[in-house]
Design a protein around this ligand. Structure first.
Ligand SMILES: *Cc1c(COP(=O)(O)O)cnc(C)c1O
Length: 423
């Protein structure tokens, strides 16, 4: 039976059998018991399915990964301790020293640092490209050692929309996968795999959790990219893994090769697991995700319209807004709404933006976005403060830009708070 996303958010993942708990149980156990040493041995050889140590797999986290996998329409998924870990694993699973990736330039500051600084120290080079360039221009930035193309469906904090089909075509015509960070849109509003993306990553810390209680990440593999067709590019998947008794992931696991490798190699060695307790909170958030996304989008559109017609506001970016430069792409990829985050700038520059933020009452200044409470941030003085003005401009971030994450409070109260702070 195929069901709609609201139903999947409630019923996928944990499916209790007769007499079992209705709600997902928290398997708060590092380890799992077996009767014979042979049974345990077969688990280590990846010959049998089963749990043995929670760094590799745990029933609670698995159930939640399964739910997100179903929401995205993927083949297999893995939870991680944070969105940063998810992005790192997603790329490092198919890259090593000497390799290169192509990423769009307007991405989350943490990911920009990860690709541009930390992974560079590991010998993996990243080219950041303006996503609005035509495909022929982008193609010139792909090199023989390029192993992946990366972008965000809705960028944080500039809230521009990725032309997923253009980037899928670019990646696939060079024999590499497209990895898409779908944190802001969530699978409720956009499912990149349906548009050809191969791997989807999430910071579940944002809307999926939705209440600002737990850090988390997720990697979903569509199972659609044929690693074996490009075997020379992806030896980690298509050649024997000496650290795992010479297993060749593509031969042994087929469509499950990518996630099995990420689990049995990267998670085993780097250990950025999501805890069962955090997965439980995440699962609660997922149950109400469609309701909250709808409300976030309605409220954000009302705020965007209000700001757009306010005399003290210089500009507003919200793809849901008629006339926004990304409105057409938003209509195509996210017809039922984008997200609750918008960005804008106040006339009079940087200091006026700071004054405005200090006058807000319940809309709070926090380093977070995408939860139930309205909150606000000035990237140039907060999240992106390690970046130079030039890097900020390259990433499409105006130093006066204010990022507003519109919550699910009553819209009249939200507008009143903004209005009084602008006065
Ligand atoms: C927050 C965020 C991340 C990083 O996630 P954490 O859970 O904070 O590690 C990655 N990508 C996007 C788009 C984000 O908004």
């Amino acid at each position: 039976m195929s069901t709609e996303i609201e139903t999947k958010c409630i019923h996928e993942g944990w499916k209790p059998k007769n007499g079992e708990p209705r709600q997902l149980p928290i398997y708060q156990s590092t380890t799992f018991k077996y009767d014979t040493s042979d049974e345990m041995g077969r688990l280590f050889d990846l010959e049998d399915d089963g749990y043995f140590y929670s760094r590799l797999a745990n029933p609670t986290t698995d159930a939640v990964a399964k739910k997100i996998c179903e929401l995205e329409g993927g083949y297999a998924a893995l939870l991680t301790s944070s969105g940063q870990a998810a992005n790192f694993f997603a790329v490092f699973n198919i890259c090593e020293a000497g390799d290169h990736i192509l990423s769009t330039s307007s991405i989350y500051g943490g990911t920009y640092n990860l690709f541009g600084v930390t992974m560079k120290k590991m010998g993996i080079e990243c080219t950041f490209a303006d996503p609005t360039l035509p495909e022929e221009e982008l193609a010139k930035l792909i090199k023989p050692n390029t192993k992946a193309v990366f972008g965000e469906t809705i960028t944080n904090p500039t809230v521009s929309i990725l032309d997923i089909e253009k980037f899928t075509h670019l990646a696939h015509s060079h024999g590499v996968p497209l990895i898409v960070d779908n944190t802001f849109a969530t699978p409720v509003n956009c499912r990149p795999i349906e548009w050809g993306a191969d791997i989807v990553v999430h910071s579940t810390t944002k809307y999926m959790d939705g209440h600002a209680v737990t850090l988390g990440g997720c990697i979903v593999d569509s199972g659609n990219f044929s690693w074996a067709d490009h075997a020379d590019k992806f030896p980690g998947l298509t050649m024997p893994d000496e650290s795992y008794h010479g297993i060749t992931y593509t031969e042994r696991f087929g469509k499950g090769a990518y996630i099995t490798k990420a689990t049995s190699q990267l998670m085993r060695d780097l250990g950025s697991v999501q805890t069962p307790q955090n997965a439980f909170y995440l699962n609660l958030g997922l149950e109400t995700l469609p309701l909250r996304m709808k409300k976030h989008c309605e409220n954000a559109l009302a705020v965007a319209k209000f700001l757009n017609s306010h005399k003290k506001v210089l500009w507003v970016h919200y793809a849901g807004l008629e006339g926004d430069e990304y409105h057409e792409l938003a209509k195509k990829y996210m017809p039922s709404g984008t997200c609750g985050v918008l960005s804008f700038a106040i006339k009079g520059g940087r200091q006026k933006s700071i004054d405005f933020m200090d006058k807000l009452k319940f809309i709070s200044i926090v380093t977070h976005v995408a939860d139930a409470k309205s909150c606000i941030l000035h990237p140039a003085s907060h999240t992106h403060r390690q970046m130079t003005d030039e890097q900020l401009r390259d990433a499409g971030v105006d130093p006066g830009l204010i990022r507003l994450s519109v919550g699910i409070e009553n819209i009249d109260d939200i507008l009143a708070d903004i209005a009084q702070a602008l006065e």
